[in-house]
Write a protein that binds this ligand. Sequence first.
Ligand code: AMP
Ligand code: MG
Length: 322
Amino acid sequence: MGFSYILQPMHTIITTSYRTAAKFISNNETTAFPTETVYGLGANAFESTAVKKIFIAKGRPSDNPLIVHVAEVDQIPSVASSMPRYAEKLVEEFFPGPLTLVLPKNKKIAMNVTAGLLTVGVRIPNNPIAKKFLKECGVPVAAPSANISGSPSPTTWQAVKNDLNGRIPCILKGNPSRIGVESTVLDCTGSAPVILRAGGITLEQLRKIIPATRLQKHQGAIPKSPGLKYRHYSPFAYVFIVSSMKETVPLKSSAYIGLHSNENNNFGLKKICRTEEEYARSLFHFFRECDKKNIETIYCESVSEAGIGLAIMDRIRKASYQ
Ligand code: AMP
Ligand code: MG
């Protein structure tokens, strides 16, 4: 019968047991789980029928590839067929952590994971619950962020519930994500690494290990990272990037997030962060809080594009495209 793509509402269990969550992966179902970047929505990366459920639950375009997560370095060959010497160095230095390496794909990884590409993104999260969960799964787990496609990534289990309750069978509960923005996606298929998406590991950190690391500047006709062409991370409100609070119109229906404050308290919501790390950690949560309060305009203070600032500016720019 047709219409199999229409999602039947389902009961969502919320659990603190990584074993319970891992059973859903074994049964070719999906489960959300915490990581240090953002919460992920996982499925067995070897099984296309399981992976398909991720795309349906999120409403994610099928040409946007997923990152594959494993528990241990010795599982990487089951995901990627080879890696250059410089990528081995990066694994030694940054795994587990907020870095995804794009490498030639192992044939065993389902084609819908990579959206038909012959490369695959692989990462080992550095979050105690994620590690235990992935170890228990025993298979590589394909997982994009656990939000409805286009909305801000979830940094708490409550945010996952808000978006996906009734659309996925399980949420593994953990703490709020420590980093709060996604991993750095690094193309390792050429002679030197290229950052496709800025994230938790900075360009400066990467250059200390591989000095030739560069930023992907312009996307070609066929983007190397297909997901980058979509609108992302967007709250309902209009997002404006400002260089200081002076450029804003403080109203109850507007909100401000940044590093500096004057005494203006007329905003419906205001978040002044002590560090750029706190800014990154708070950004998506702040967007979601603004949506709950029906904020119409969000002002985001710009930061310099150094360190984690590169990822912050990338996310607020993408959120501001309407
Ligand atoms: P998400 O996990 O929702 O943050 O999305 C994962 C992102 O990683 C995608 O939007 C892609 O931009 C990128 N990505 C995953 N796999 C690949 C790949 N094989 N080649 C290039 N980019 C990838
Ligand atoms: Mg995402």
